[in-house]
Design a protein around this ligand. Sequence first.
Ligand code: UD1
Ligand code: CA
Length: 456
Amino acid sequence: MPVHCGALILAAGKGTRMHSALPKVLQPLLEEPMLEYVLAALRPLFGDRIMTVIGHGAPAVRAAMRPTALFVEQRQQLGTGHALKTALPALRREGIHRVLVVNGDMPLVSANTLRLFMEQAGTASMAVASLMLPDPGSYGRIVRNDGVFAGIVEAKDYQNERYGVPSGEVNAGVYLLDLDAVEPLLAELSNANASGEYYITDLAGLALNAGLEVKAVPCGSDVALLGVNTPAELSAAEELLRRRIVEQHLQAGVMIHHPDSVCVGPNVRIEPGAVLYGPCRVLGRSRLARGASVEAFCTLIDADVAAGAVIHAYSHIQEAVVGEGCLVGPYARLRPGAVLEAEAHVGNFVEMKKARLGRGAKANHLTYLGDADVGAGSNIGAGTITCNYDGVYKHRTTIGERAFIGSNTSLVAPVTVGAEALVGAGSVITRNVPDGMLAVARGRQTVLPKKKIKKD
Ligand code: UD1
Ligand code: CA
């Protein structure tokens, strides 16, 4: 792409039809913001020459996106034409003369579709991507006279008497503009229309009137160009994306059982030979290595699962590392900072947070390990709790290698249990246990003759 080309994403709108407090472009699809998909489609074509117009919820949009993104703020959202006008000085500063403008609410858009559109747009002063839909709905209608493109009329302003029965050819919301040609026309945009907004779409008619070359490029019924304005459209787009991603992993050699109920995020990496059972969700920047397996009803977010590890059903894993050959769950919860070294086992109703289980260590039942470090080969008995929080501060528990913590033990942090130490079941451990020692901290059992209770 020549250096004078760039892209502009229009993302300042509120998204009223979403009925949500979240700015529309931050609405998640497979847990990634809508805008991220549009950026991902543009990056291969434009690198970092991509500018985004933000406005509604601007601080939230800035915070959610990469710090490298270029933003222009449209303080009042007076329409898509006004958004372009607002961005113009910034585009000029970047030395951009030819700009691909894309609506920010097109999460299905792909680099390929955009590349084809630009090829067909050629050197026209303005080109618009058009889409054929069975029902033109709320899309701007492409108007043609005897097949020759004559402009775009917004749905709210469309009158059959004046423009004829709509053909189903609509404006996708993707434009290629020669800024030198189009800039003088921006001043002519008017908001005297049904929405009281300055429409970017009016530029087509103005450019035609000015004798410029303006093209409407038919892009068939490519779903990549569908816009998302309502919860129903969001859900439909998310489902299309989900299927697309699952299909890509199947083709790459990932084993997916019940693929219709498997959600995999766009930034997840799965090696061929990993196995997923639906329903499950693998999201964020999760990584699954060859031979790793994730059973039904699991959620993984930013999880790193090494080769041969098995995540049994109903486990929830977030920002955690599961080493080679580990066994997790069913019903395990690994919270941020949980690290399982190779061959470690975490069983049912075990929760870990900022805690490491060394190689081959086991916590198989009903346990909480928070701010803890457990040495290799140790065994954590059922019902063990690290009491890490004193109401104000968090404290660490350190357990050496090959230690044995008896069932129903409370480890009151900060506390250290040495290597090969043994803690008796039911203990409340408040002082350090040196290497190789036995600690028992519980009431001694007394056994007394049973009193006879007489019945009257
Ligand atoms: C727009 C087009 C319509 C097209 C449809 C395709 C206009 C006037 N109409 O309609 O012809 O068929 O997209 O999906 O452009 N935005 C701003 N600033 C604003 C207003 C909107 O940045 O002041 C952004 C929005 O965040 C959104 C995009 O522009 O990402 C399009 O706005 P939206 O309100 O969704 O336009 P549509 O009614 O869908
Ligand atoms: Ca829209």
